[in-house]
Write a protein that binds this ligand. Sequence first.
Ligand code: PMP
Length: 448
Amino acid sequence: MKHQTLVDKNLEYVWHPFTQMGVYRQHDPIIIEKGKGSYLYDTKGRRYLDGYASLWVNVHGHNNKRLNKAIEKQLKSISHSTLLGSSNIPSILLAEKLVEITPASLRKVFYSDTGSAAVEIAIKMAYQYWKNIDPVKYRKKNKFVTLKNGYHGDTIGSVSVGGIETFHQIFNDLIFENIQVACPSFYHSQYLTEEALRDAVLSQIEHVLRTRADEIVGVVMEPLVQGATGLFVHPEGFLKGVEQLCRKYNVLMIVDEVATGFGRTGALFACEHENVEPDIMCLGKAITGGYLPLAATLTSQRIYEAFLSDQHGLKTFFHGHTYTGNQVVCALALENIQMIEENKLIRHIQKTSKVLDKQLRQLATHPHVGNVRGRGLMYAVELVADADKKMPLAIATVERIISECKRRGLMIRNLENIVTFVPVLSMSKREIKKMTSIFENVLLDVLE
Ligand code: PMP
């Protein structure tokens, strides 16, 4: 089909996510037709380096033969049968693998299909856990401790534990109340050292837990890096500190590794950096190598056992989706994890991360670069109008930079004035350098 016909039909029929369609309509859209390795190709035949890993999901590159084969092989047996009342082979094998590779505290796997659903399940499970063990003693527990600037998805529950003001303004009447503490982002804080910031936010959390533990179900957080709202990197020891507080005050620790999981921060899971063993972990995005939707909520044995009973209606977790544990996605995820292991991908990411870090930090002296931060292959460059006052660069200018990057063959995204670099995880050092040099040239040209 011709590009222009697709453009017309796109505007006629598709409502795009997180998009002001009134603005979108004014521009010629990019329509992706195919992918290969670290590149995307559009209907005009243009090629783009995938610097956002197709929304932080792609692991081994596009159109990977082995992943394609894993899908085809499963299709030849069966595509889908329900996990309600029966089980299936790939979902069993994948659950075993996920338990093997995640922190030792996690023993059971509950499947779903989006990161939002994985978090929704986590908060419902955590809430019901307390009701199941003692509904009288824990009757008041109905709140979560959350971090400002947290992002956990778009369903009402996951928005409720998120920390994005716009969402909270629009949906205020629908969302439930939680207790929000500061986001430990050093660049945006008034503290002189990262340690001082870490200790201040930890003592804020401790104060909340000490005074309101009877109301608190658990702490919900993105570990190490708060991604979708601006890639805020936590100070060293913060994650461990939260774990210790959860243990001290007997509340559940729920980590949302939807974005950080499967190597993104330079370890298979962000929790590994600080040897943290959460009660619940949410996974999604890269779990299938970025090919098909799958998510999972992993829990400890203690939580699982609190839901056991001899009677069906008693203590049961009443939650499940039609495609829970779908065979094709589970078989694909298993192959993805095997490839991560066989290709020693984590070691590769640790090496390419050094290149990305070095290249981006060279930009730090630019007058409009306020801050460069990140872990693994998850980096941000915060653009400012005034570096001393940390005043954000005008959004229109940032958008010009992003669209010029696209014009020169680099697909990246901005979160307001923060430009993010979250490339395909298997990207080579050469491709990483290409990505940063396109950005650098655009920055110099647009901001001249
Ligand atoms: N949690 C985190 C940390 C995320 O980054 C995201 C997606 N950006 C989600 C949850 C929601 O995932 P999904 O978009 O698949 O619902």
